[in-house]
Design a protein around this ligand. Structure first.
Ligand code: GLU
Length: 513
């Protein structure tokens, strides 16, 4: 008990990081990684850090960093430290700037000195040849490893003085991790439990590239240590590299300070039979002025498609995690208090685009009519339509059951603002007959006599007219006034359209048909 207590007291403060590379817009999986980091940090009163991993200069995309920052802001999951969010004790937060601190070199030197890393001078042609040789020998996964390195040009095979000479003459080289042959590497993943991998499946990873930049494998370890990261939460695609990372920590004598690992499950398409399509996975919340330079067209993302950020975050949270009681709609605060890695699944999470729309609809329905009216007003202003606030509010109240997104209000209910030009042909063909004109002209006269133009009166007067005038088809009336065959409750809608408009629309339809 005493021991358990002191172990708990020794637990590190929770410090987690989202560490994207600025190679383009964020994908859905990336934002989910950011979200799970955020939720875990908040749950444990910890820190959430944004680190930009920009050591691969060849893949750098202009504007991507701002895009990442804006995406996190839009989602409402802001880091407490990091690029774009303010400095903390472990600045800077861009790896290209951290390189200036000399830390990557320092740790690499430590590995070289202890004999766990070595210089490799092979040219790309030599590496190609090696691969071809191995392929010809039917080696399934050709790699630079404990066996193949023996035939290559590196500081393990070349005489010491030649290595010295090469280094002095600034010959290009990389530094590789010396992965031992046939050794079981075991580690505990918070989500997956114990994982064992034999080192024969791990290649001699490059740690430092010929341009002097560290690779991800080295840089993230150095930074996680230096920034006192307690948990490294990242996508499943990094699981195969984790054994190499364990070795690096071990050879640096830092295994006890190593962050706990959590590899999040893949996001799958709705059938669960493949990774989610690139189109759906992409999560552009671009400021519209930014286009990924690698894309032909600006990409319409979840923000631009009209998703509420709270709804989108809610959808993401449930991709691989659930609070355990079928609860679906949750605020960010609720998610923070309920989140735990024990309830994150190992298996891939299916993403259903239709369900995503449903989520947005739920959030829309929770809005007040005032809020919806305020969201819809700019559409009317842009179209040069002026209506008083009360009218817009009543419109939203009436149409909100029919929409999943704010921008659908116009499509669903534009006839409230504009008289129809065409009339639903199917309804007309089915319901218009020789007596219709006469019957609806009489109905127009009944309407003219109504002083108190509201839904209840309209309902009552229409019912009376059914006996005094004759059988009047409600759907036909709807089409004559609005042009379309379906929509919200008919009399509520006529009340909103107003007496004069309703009558004039009815009369002009009768004149046309
Ligand atoms: N830069 C890596 C990536 O973009 C980060 C992986 C990690 O979180 O360690 O996937």
């Amino acid at each position: 008990m005493q021991l358990l207590l002191s172990l708990q007291l020794m637990e590190k403060k929770v410090r987690v990081r989202f560490a994207p590379s600025p190679t383009g817009g964020l994908h859905m999986g990336g934002v989910r990684t950011a979200l799970f980091n955020y939720l875990f940090a908040k749950k444990h009163n910890g820190d959430f850090i944004l680190r930009i991993e920009d050591t691969d200069q060849t893949r750098f995309v202009e504007g991507a960093e701002d895009y990442i920052i804006n995406a996190l802001k839009w989602c409402g999951i802001e880091p407490n430290e990091g690029v774009g969010f303010g400095d903390g004790p472990h600045k800077p937060y861009r790896q290209s700037e951290r390189k200036e601190l000399g830390i990557y070199k320092k740790y690499t030197d430590r590995l070289i000195e202890s004999g766990h890393a070595y210089y490799a001078f092979d040219t790309s042609e030599e590496l190609d040849e090696m691969r071809k040789r191995l392929e010809a020998a039917k080696v399934t996964a050709p790699q630079y490893n404990a066996i193949t390195r023996q035939n290559m040009r590196n500081s393990l095979t070349l005489p010491e003085d030649e290595v010295k000479k090469l280094l002095e003459s600034n010959a290009p080289y990389v530094v590789r991790l010396k992965v031992p042959r046939n050794e079981d590497i075991r580690f505990n993943d918070i989500i997956r439990g114990w994982v064992t991998v034999n080192s024969s499946q791990v290649d001699d990873k490059v740690l430092l590239k010929s341009d002097g930049m560290p690779t991800y494998h080295l840089a993230h370890i150095v930074d996680d240590i230096e920034m006192q990261i307690s948990h490294a939460v990242r996508g499943e695609e990094w699981l195969p590299s984790a054994p190499a990372h364990i070795l690096i920590y071990r050879y640096l004598g830092l295994e006890n300070e190593m962050p706990k690992l959590a590899h999040l499950p893949l996001i799958l398409n709705p059938d669960g039979n493949g990774k989610i399509s690139k189109r759906e996975a992409r999560f552009p919340v671009f400021p519209l002025s930014w286009k990924d330079p690698r894309e032909a067209e600006p990409f319409v993302g979840y923000k631009e498609s009209g998703y509420y950020s709270a709804a989108f975050i809610n959808i993401l949270a449930l991709l691989g995690w659930n609070p355990g009681d079928n609860k679906e709609i949750m605020s960010l605060e609720e998610m923070c208090s309920l989140f735990e890695f024990e309830r994150v699944s190992k298996s891939g999470a299916k993403f259903d685009p239709e369900k995503a729309k449903w989520f947005n609809q739920q959030y829309l329905r929770h809005k007040t009519d005032e809020e919806l009216a305020n969201e819809f007003k700019p559409t009317l202003i842009a179209k040069g339509i002026t209506k008083d606030d009360n009218f817009i509010l009543n419109f939203c109240k009436l149409v909100k059951e029919k929409v999943q997104f704010t921008h659908e209000f116009w499509e669903q209910g534009k006839y409230v603002f504009e008289a129809p030009i065409t009339y639903d042909e199917k309804v007309i063909a089915k319901k218009w007959n020789d007596s219709s004109k006469d019957l609806f002209a009489k109905l127009a006269d009944v309407f003219k006599g109504i002083n108190d133009w509201n839904s209840t009166t309209l309902h009552d007067e229409f019912a009376k007219a059914q006996t005094s005038i004759g059988k009047l088809d409600m759907q036909l009336l709807r089409v004559l006034v609005t042009g379309v065959g379906g929509g919200p409750q008919l009399f509520d809608m006529l009340a909103l359209i107003g007496k004069e408009n309703t009558i004039s629309r009815l009369e002009s339809a009768l004149a046309k048909l």
